[in-house]
Design a protein around this ligand. Structure first.
Ligand SMILES: O=P(O)(O)OC[C@H]1O[C@H](OP(=O)(O)OP(=O)(O)O)[C@H](O)[C@@H]1O
Ligand SMILES: Nc1nc2[nH]cnc2c(=O)[nH]1
Ligand SMILES: [Mg+2]
Length: 182
């Protein structure tokens, strides 16, 4: 285990198995609805890149991939409260079935912003798959069709999740020791 991590919440194997289940559920739920066009999987960079890469390989219907970069945390452990688009989609999503792959729902600010932004482009449907959902005191009400794991209200890292751009490459998800950021 990395010296800056106090506890592993989800192991590489647990993550793999859960991502496979979510991929199978998306496959079944969209097989008929999306038909030959399939779905567009949208990853919220940078945190969700690893989740999306693994999830896409568990989806067995036609699946395009596109990326949007959004940031609100900067280099800290608290949301700045201001969500910024750093990179927009390359594809048009009007009339398409869109599945957003997000790594974590914390305050909900990022997904609330993203859902509003993407809904204005008139997709056929807009669905959220989040690997992690944190139970916080203040959380925007975001409807997530697929949730990998519920997690505690601690700052977590690994499997795409960073602190100051580090730890994204850890294969597991764990709690960052508070002394690292205090
Ligand atoms: O529900 P919220 O409180 O809005 O937090 C969730 C968001 O925060 C993180 O992104 P971050 O802004 O750190 O950018 P990153 O993905 O580049 O790390 C994470 O990847 C989610 O997108
Ligand atoms: N790395 C990381 N990013 C986040 N963004 C929102 N919550 C978190 C968290 O707990 N860890
Ligand atoms: Mg971050």
């Amino acid at each position: 285990m990395h010296k800056d991590v106090s506890e592993i919440l989800f192991t590489e194997e647990q993550i793999h198995d859960r991502v496979a289940e979510i991929g199978a559920a998306i496959t079944e739920d969209f097989r008929e609805k999306a038909g030959d066009d399939g779905i567009i999987l949208i990853s919220v960079l940078r945190g969700a890149a690893i989740f999306m890469a693994d999830l896409a390989r568990e989806i067995k219907i036609p699946c395009e991939m596109d990326y949007m970069a959004i940031s609100s945390y900067g280099n800290g452990v608290k949301s700045s409260g201001v969500v910024r688009i750093l990179k927009d989609l390359s594809s048009h999503i009007e009339g398409r079935h869109v599945v957003i792959a997000e790594d974590i729902l914390d305050s909900g600010l990022t997904l609330t912003y993203l859902l509003k932004n993407l809904a204005s482009r008139n997709p056929a449907s807009l669905t959220v798959a989040t690997l992690l959902r944190k139970k916080t005191k203040v959380q925007a009400d975001v409807d997530c069709a697929y949730v990998g794991f519920e997690c505690p209200d601690q700052f977590i890292v690994g499997y795409g999740l960073d602190y100051a751009e580090r730890y994204r490459n850890l294969p597991y998800i764990g709690v960052l020791k508070p002394e690292v950021y205090e």
